[in-house]
Unconditional design. Structure first.
Length: 469
C-alpha cells in the first residue's frame, strides 16, 4: 500500500489533507483518508437529513395531486382527462430531467447546490401556474413542464447526493431519503380533501409554492459532493483488512466491479433491463396515485375513506422505502426488489376484491400494500444502480434508469384514464396487477456486470498496492 502524502482532494500539492487511492484486483479505485468532517465541516449525516427534508417538500407535487384533482377540475373547468394528462406531463419531465441534469453535474457545469436552487424556483412557478391558469395547455406547460423539471432536479440531486456520501451501505440511507418523497405529502392530502375548494384554491397553491421554495433553497445551501472514488476514512474498503471497522453492506451487495460510464452500462445489458422494470413498476405506482381516491368514491366508500386511503398510501409508500432499503442491505438488493414488485402486483388484485365485496377495511389494507410496493421500488433501483455500475457516473447512470418513469407517467396517468373509461376500474386494476408480474420477471434477469453470477454475494478480491500519481 502506498500513501499519496502531498495530494489535496482536488489533486494539487501543498494541502494539509492527504489521502490514499487503493486499487483492488479488478482495478476498482477507493480513495481513503479524508473524513467527512474534513470535507464538509461536519458529519456526513447532514447529507441524509437535508435531502430528506427537501424531498418531503416537493412530494406534494405528485402524491397529493390526486386529492386536489376534483377541485382543480371544477375551478378551471377541466375534464378528468385534462387533469390526469397534466400529472402525466409532470411525471414525464420530472423523470426526464434526471439524465441531462446528471450529465451537467458530472462535468462540473451544474453543481448540486445550483441544481437545487433552480429546482426550487421552477417548482414555485409550477404551483403558480396550477393556481392561476385556466386554459389546460398553459397549465400543462407551467405545472407539467416547468414544475416537473424543478421537482426532477431536486429529486435527482437528493438521491445522488446520499448515494455518493454513503457508498458502503447505501440501501437504508437511500430508502430513508426517498421515503420523504411520499409521506411528506400527507398533510397536503388531507388539506386538499377538507380545506381546499374553488374559493381558496389559488391562495393555497401559491402558499404551497412559497413553502417549497423556502425549504428546498434552505437545504440547497449546504449541498456538496464528495471527491470521486471517495470512501469513508474509518471503514475498510471491501476485501481490505486494515484493522478498522468493516462495511456490512457489501457482504450482500458488493461494490461495482469498476466505474461504468453510461455507454458501458447500457452495453452491459443490465441498465436496459432495469429501465424496462422501472417503466412497468412506476407505471403501476402512478396509476394507483392517480385513481385510488376516485375508485374509492366510485364504489361508495365516502370522502373520509378516500382521503384516508391516499393518506395511508402516502405514509406506507414513504415508510416502506426506508424499510426495504434497510432490508436490502441485509438480504441483497435483487431478492428484495423482486419481493416488493410481486407485492405491488398482488395489491392491485386485492383492491378489486375489496371493491367487489364493499369492504372498507380491506380496501385500506390493500391500499397500504399498494403504497408499500409502489414506493419501495424506487430506492431499490436507486441503490442497485451504483451497486452495479459504480458511483462516479451515478448521476447519469441513474438518470438513464429513472428515465423509465417518463414512459410510465404516460400509461400510468393519461393512458390509465383511457383504460378506466374503456374497461372500468376493475379492468384497469387487473391490467396493473398483470404489468407488475411482468416487471418481476424482468427483475429476475438482473445480474451484476463484471462479476460471475455465482459470486453476486461475495466481496471483491483483496486490494493490491499501487501508487497513483
Amino acid at each position: 500500500m502506498t500513501d499519496v502524502n502531498d495530494l489535496t482532494p482536488d489533486g494539487t500539492s501543498g494541502g494539509s489533507r492527504t489521502y490514499r487511492e487503493i486499487i483492488d484486483g479488478r482495478g476498482r479505485v477507493y480513495r481513503v483518508g479524508e473524513t467527512d468532517r474534513e470535507l464538509l465541516g461536519q458529519s456526513r449525516k447532514l447529507m441524509v437529513y437535508l435531502p430528506w427534508i427537501a424531498m418531503m417538500a416537493i412530494s406534494v407535487s405528485e402524491y397529493a395531486y390526486g386529492s386536489a384533482e376534483d377541485t382543480l377540475s371544477r375551478a378551471h373547468h377541466w375534464t378528468q382527462g385534462d387533469a390526469f394528462w397534466i400529472l402525466s406531463v409532470w411525471v414525464f419531465f420530472q423523470a426526464g430531467i434526471a439524465f441531462p441534469a446528471g450529465w451537467l453535474r458530472e462535468r462540473g457545469i451544474l453543481t448540486a447546490r445550483r441544481a437545487m436552487f433552480l429546482g426550487a424556483v421552477l417548482s414555485l412557478f409550477g404551483f403558480a401556474a396550477l393556481a392561476h391558469l385556466d386554459n389546460v395547455v398553459p397549465a400543462i406547460c407551467g405545472f407539467g413542464v416547468v414544475g416537473g423539471t424543478g421537482s426532477g432536479l431536486v429529486y435527482a440531486t437528493c438521491i445522488n447526493m446520499v448515494g455518493k456520501w454513503f457508498p458502503e451501505r447505501r440501501g437504508a440511507r437511500t430508502g430513508f431519503v426517498n421515503g420523504g418523497f411520499a409521506y411528506g405529502a400527507l398533510p397536503f392530502v388531507f388539506l386538499f380533501n377538507y380545506g381546499f375548494d374553488t374559493g381558496d384554491f389559488t391562495e393555497v397553491l401559491d402558499l404551497i409554492g412559497v413553502y417549497v421554495l423556502i425549504v428546498v433553497a434552505g437545504c440547497a445551501w449546504f449541498f456538496r459532493d464528495p471527491p470521486k472514488n471517495w470512501w469513508p476514512a474509518d471503514i475498510d474498503p471491501p476485501g481490505f483488512g486494515g484493522g478498522r471497522k468493516s462495511a456490512a453492506g457489501p457482504a450482500r451487495n458488493p461494490p461495482a466491479a469498476r466505474q461504468f460510464t453510461p455507454g458501458e452500462a447500457v452495453r452491459s445489458g443490465m441498465l436496459p433491463v432495469m429501465w424496462v422494470a422501472v417503466v412497468l413498476t412506476a407505471g403501476v405506482s402512478v396509476f394507483g396515485i392517480s385513481f385510488q381516491v376516485d375508485f374509492a368514491k366510485e364504489v361508495g366508500f365516502g370522502p373520509l375513506v378516500a382521503a384516508s386511503s391516499m393518506g395511508v398510501m402516502s405514509v406506507v409508500n414513504g415508510a416502506g422505502r426506508t424499510v426495504v432499503g434497510w432490508l436490502s442491505d441485509l438480504w441483497g438488493r435483487k431478492p428484495t426488489l423482486v419481493c416488493v414488485i410481486v407485492a405491488l402486483g398482488l395489491a392491485q388484485f386485492g383492491v378489486i376484491w375489496a371493491g367487489e365485496i364493499h369492504s372498507q377495511w380491506l380496501f385500506l389494507v390493500f391500499a397500504l400494500l399498494s403504497g408499500f410496493g409502489g414506493g419501495a421500488c424506487y430506492p431499490l433501483f436507486a441503490a442497485l444502480t451504483p451497486d452495479y455500475f459504480g458511483e462516479n457516473h451515478n448521476a447519469t447512470n441513474y438518470g438513464l434508469v429513472y428515465s423509465g418513469k417518463i414512459i410510465s407517467g404516460l400509461f400510468g396517468g393519461g393512458l390509465g384514464s383511457m383504460v378506466v373509461t374503456a374497461w372500468g376500474y376493475d379492468g384497469a386494476y387487473a391490467l396493473a396487477g398483470g404489468v407488475s408480474m411482468v416487471a418481476a420477471v424482468f427483475t429476475l434477469l438482473l445480474h451484476r456486470p463484471g462479476h460471475p453470477r455465482t459470486r453476486d454475494v461475495t466481496p471483491d478480491p483483496r486490494p493490491v498496492s499501487r501508487e497513483l500519481l
